[in-house]
Write a protein that binds this ligand. Sequence first.
Ligand SMILES: [Zn+2]
Length: 389
Amino acid sequence: MATSDKILAAIASQSDALCSLSRRIHANPELRFAEHQAAAWLGAAVEAAGVPVERNVAGMATAFRARIGRPGGARVAILAEYDALPEIGHACGHNLIATGALGAFLGLAAVRDDLPGEVLLLGTPAEEGGGGKIKLIDAGAFEGLDAAMMFHPFDRDLLAHGALASEWLTFAFTGKPSHAAGAPWDGNSALSGVIQTFNLIDSQRVHFRDGSRVHGFITNGGQAVNIIPEHAACQFSVRATETGYLGVLVEQVLGCARAAALATRTTLHVSREKGYADMRNNMSLARAFGRHLSAQGRAPAEGDDTVGQGSTDMGDVSHVVPAIHPYLGICEKNASMCHQHDFVKHAGSDRGMEAMLAAARAMALTAEEVLRDGALRSAARAEFDAARR
Ligand SMILES: [Zn+2]
């Protein structure tokens, strides 16, 4: 039997177990950095295949790493995410990402003695804010890799789709409290600072580059109706199609908050939280993945500019190693999108499981091809180097 057939047979033999684990994670959503059950279940499945699991990677209790194959050759990482969202649960389908990566790894584990290189399974916590992959990058987990891959559930099959560079800004305004009816002239409203920040940002939108996103909400709007608000705050997510332009956009937004403070005679405290880098899809690898997906009867598009973009810490990975983040549909086109209530249902559906298994097969065969095919590795590396310039 050819190696690829052995890989596919191994995934087939595991498919029931993969689906039931995916449904178990789906039914037990855990928030970023607290994915203790999911990480334990995934690790146990790897150990059951006779592969040791390293836990607490990069100082994160819910990160893990396993490796198979031969050191010294090419190296590929397959990434699992498993965090859920507050209140709406697995509305991003990370339960499918988790078992898709596990399935690919177990398929490759069945031929581990024949692999001409090394395959890593990386359990990456906290994609929904927190950036587990960034901590793994900082800890050197992506050094010396030829490729990194994961898949994400969606409403259609796409080999490559952008993700926006992002940063979070929190603006805390401090004013001067006063009786709102008896002596409003003695007060300065922190809430006015917040409201004018929103208005000024809206006034600048026309100047933003295409594809930029600046969206916020009020986290503190005041304390009581009869007090001129002393404290008020808001938070913004600032996103741009390229990390280079993000800095320009952040400055523009900071200027709006500073101007609001000036006009409302309030003081401003800014806290910045680094977000994620934009996604650089490696098309050499994405097309290889696409061939393996098409061979299963799916018809992925290379890209689709009509759909919106989010942000992911896989973007940061794509800046340090050739990487792909293809999407597989788990529902009809436009039926539902990530982070919507309906998407939760699709993430636990039979169609979701089918997409997860298809992704597992295509990732396993792509990883094997990367290990075996030096020309593919060179093409991916050349593309990666060109994007960095
Ligand atoms: Zn997601």
